[in-house]
Unconditional design. Structure first.
Length: 276
């Protein structure tokens, strides 16, 4: 199993980096969208839909993504992409309460199929919208890569710190393997990568600090994304959300952190880079 995981990662990570750096903005958004549609099928399965229902949900997710991208420049007080990102960001902050209290309130909130499906349409569209938005900015590919490095670094830092220092469980009712020490290691790693990324981007001292703090928040909200999918899997009684990535599980197993981090990264960029 370990060999399969390593081989999958050895193939997937370079492909991801190449796609981020060399695909045109809309091409990268389409690639992320394809992954999110595979994730939509898994989300629908975790919500308890049969095969036909899953197909309908995937089509609905594709429509939401297309509308969010196609109408992003439409006139109005709030753009469609901004609405999707804002709703997703609010949801992930609210999900902290669900994670901490699980299983209390689960069946009254995300455990209800209609709620889970509506939320899924929003949070699955958000990474597509976020990537399309970021990739069109100045140094867009590097910013998308920085987002991914923060997420990957947080995951790796949490794993190493958890394995070597982990003593205190983070949220044992949701994920018994996660520790407070591991989470701290993930935050520290993401902050360091954020600071290094800011230096590569040529930012000044205060904005470098801002990007480092953004890294800490990205690591935090990434954990929330991971734990939220874990709640779904526990409720559905499954170990993995799917089998797309050998040794790693499904799209939601691998990209759960991206679901939560992507909309907040866009918000963070506005706060850090566009602030006077």
């Amino acid at each position: 199993m370990l060999g399969t995981r390593v081989l999958t990662a050895a193939v997937a990570l370079p492909l991801a980096v190449l796609a981020i750096l060399f695909l045109p903005p809309m091409g990268l958004a389409v690639a992320v969208g394809a992954l999110m549609l595979a994730g939509a099928c898994e989300w629908a399965a975790l919500a308890g839909l049969a095969m036909r229902g899953r197909a309908v949900f995937v089509v609905a997710a594709a429509v939401v993504m297309a509308l969010a991208l196609g109408l992003s420049e439409a006139d109005g007080p709030v753009s469609s992409d901004g609405l999707v990102l804002g709703l997703a960001a609010v949801f992930w902050v609210g999900a902290i309460g669900l994670v901490v209290r699980f299983p209390a309130r689960w069946h009254a909130t995300l455990g209800r199929r209609p709620v889970a499906l509506v939320v899924g349409l929003i949070v699955l569209a958000a990474p597509v919208v976020a990537v399309a938005y970021i990739d069109q900015a100045d140094q867009g590919p590097l910013l998308v890569l920085l987002l991914c490095l923060m997420i990957w670094g947080a995951d790796t830092g949490a794993y190493v710190a958890g394995r070597t220092l982990g003593r205190h469980k983070l949220v044992p009712r949701v994920s018994p393997g996660k520790t407070i020490e591991g989470a701290a290691g993930g935050l520290a790693t993401a902050m360091i990568l954020g600071a290094l990324g800011a230096l590569v981007l040529g930012l000044d001292g205060w904005r470098t600090l801002g990007v480092a703090l953004l890294g800490a928040w990205i690591a935090t909200i990434s954990i929330v994304g991971d734990l939220t999918i874990s709640m779904f899997k526990r409720s559905a009684g499954v170990k993995d959300s799917g089998r797309l990535f050998p040794g790693h599980g499904g799209v939601l197993d691998r990209l759960d952190s991206m679901l939560a981090a992507a909309p907040w990264f866009v918000i963070g960029l506005h706060l850090v880079l566009l602030a006077a």
